[in-house]
Design a protein around this ligand. Structure first.
Ligand code: ATP
Ligand code: MG
Length: 259
């Protein structure tokens, strides 16, 4: 579908098209479209830009790649459809492998996602070859199927658009979890060690940039200062204050324009 460039929400519509394309290719499932809708709603509330508390979480996420020995980037259908190049760049820069991990898992779909990443320049993608797949004790969903060379032995996992059950399961296994989730109220957001409340299409490349800016000593300082509950509270305050300004503008005029 051709989206007119002068449409006020052209960017948002183009992103939707990417997901619809991804669905036609077999990379995205219908449930992924619903998850995206929930994300979009929260993006609207934060103002569709990377907000200061997200910048802070992005720095902590970058630091987590430095301080852990075996970080892995978990990839699902939506992220593969939305920003495959950014995922490849993050993986190559940090040395953390990409691993396909799916709630609605079929062998075919896992293969298609790995192909999509390969088209974007990925070398070896984990989570596809049957002989290397193992099942973790939890969660009970297909999310528990992981690669013995990747998430199974990882000490840190980056999980964009994660389900709360798996975040909790990974945490119980003693892994550090870095989540990207536009919903600051989700179980994932609340459970992860670092939660970046931002859109994957904006923040993955920022994590890569921040990674390049810091060394290991700086990274451990960043992480020791970081407090995820405080950062999430700042996100909620940002939303409250922004809505307050918008409400004020509606009544008094001169407020921030709605997106
Ligand atoms: P939880 O299980 O953690 O409570 P949930 O059930 O609300 O979360 P899921 O459907 O399990 O959500 O996962 C999708 C999550 O991904 C949603 O919270 C949604 O806000 C978020 N999300 C969707 N699209 C994006 C995106 N482009 N960037 C970042 N986050 C997104
Ligand atoms: Mg969920």
């Amino acid at each position: 579908m051709k989206i007119p460039d002068d449409h006020p929400r052209a960017e948002c519509l183009k992103i939707r098209e990417r997901l619809v394309e991804g669905m036609k290719e077999g990379v995205v499932v219908p449930q992924g479209l619903i998850a995206h809708g929930r994300g979009e709603a929260f993006d609207y509330l934060i103002g569709e830009k990377t907000i200061p508390p997200a910048e802070e979480a992005i720095r902590a996420a970058a630091a987590a790649f430095h301080v852990h020995d075996r970080p892995v980037v978990s990839v699902n259908g939506n992220t593969a459809a939305l920003c495959p190049e950014d995922l490849v760049e993050l993986s190559e820069t940090t040395g953390a492998p990409l691993e396909v991990n799916l709630f609605h898992r079929t062998e075919e779909r896992a293969r298609l996602i790995a192909e999509k990443l390969a088209e974007a320049g990925a070398g070896h993608v984990l989570g596809v070859e049957k002989e290397h797949l193992v099942r973790l004790p939890e969660p009970s969903s297909e999310r528990a199927v992981v690669d013995e060379r990747g998430i199974a032995r990882a000490d840190m996992v980056l999980v964009p658009l994660e389900d709360g059950d798996r975040t909790e399961a990974l945490k119980r296994m003693g892994k550090t979890v870095v989540a990207i989730d536009l919903n600051p109220l989700s179980r994932t957001a609340m459970t992860a060690d670092v939660t970046v409340v931002d859109n994957v299409i904006r923040c993955i490349r920022k994590i890569t940039e921040e990674y390049c800016e810091m060394d290991e000593r700086e990274a451990s300082e960043v992480l020791s200062r970081y407090d995820n509950s405080r950062t999430l509270a700042e996100v909620l305050r940002h939303i409250r204050e922004r809505l307050g300004r918008l409400a004020h503008g509606l009544i008094e005029g001169g407020g921030e324009p709605t997106p």
